[in-house]
Design a protein. Sequence first.
Length: 295
Amino acid sequence: MRYDAYDPLVAPARATPGLHVLATGIVLTVLIYYVINYVLWMVIFAVLTVDQSNAVIATVDQPRTPGGVIANLMVFALLTASLAVALRVLHQRTLLSLIGSVPRAVMQFRRVLIALAILFATAFLLPMPDEITPEANLPFRRWILLLPVTLVALLIQTSAEELAFRGYIQSQLAARFPNPAVWILAPSVLFGIVHYDPSLPTQNALIVVLWAALFGMAAADLTARSGTLGPAIALHMVNNFSAIAIAAPKGPFDGLALFTFPFSLASADELMTWAPVDLMILLCGWLAARLALRR
């Protein structure tokens, strides 16, 4: 399959296509992230009282509250900042070079966002088996008041991951390997691996990894087809909005959800019932995004 539209995104990576440079970039990004995170906490401890610092720690450590979820999403801004530094140091590139033409990316983001919003809203209205029918969680008034902050936090989180995986890693691999199978599969497998949760039963954790890897492949394909990061960010944001702010599995990250599913990711039987439905929605979302891009 030819991805001619992808060439402008790959071109800036061709100046430094070596795998050793990419590996160094990944390590450097992670190291910078931890350094910034450490410095940030030191500033918090220095500026706030002990009780206030403990309150901040408790908020971050409790994503079952709205503030905890928002804090955990906002921290992805540190990943974006770390990646920006690594790009400049190793590749003499900017974050914008990972996105492509900004006006085109915004236009494609808008088209895909609208198509996926309609799809996900329709899917949510369809009847579900009793064991996976969502239940009320956050009061609607409070959910609406939090919605603007929720959307900003989700945009920060999803754009950070897309910049890192589809923007940086994928484009660098595409500059080194002409075969799309390499630069689509490798970042997607890595994306799946970083979603591995050792606290879950092994079977459940592997289902999450598989789903994340398949999502990565869909986002990688949309990026290559469109020539910008806009569609992948839209797919990621609508998916995460649905899974975090609309209906979340019961557990440690349901603080912003209007509804919760009556099971957690640790529930084997219910997860096996829910996973095929979620995978089908992902497939339909990928197809809907492709149709939206053809307009």
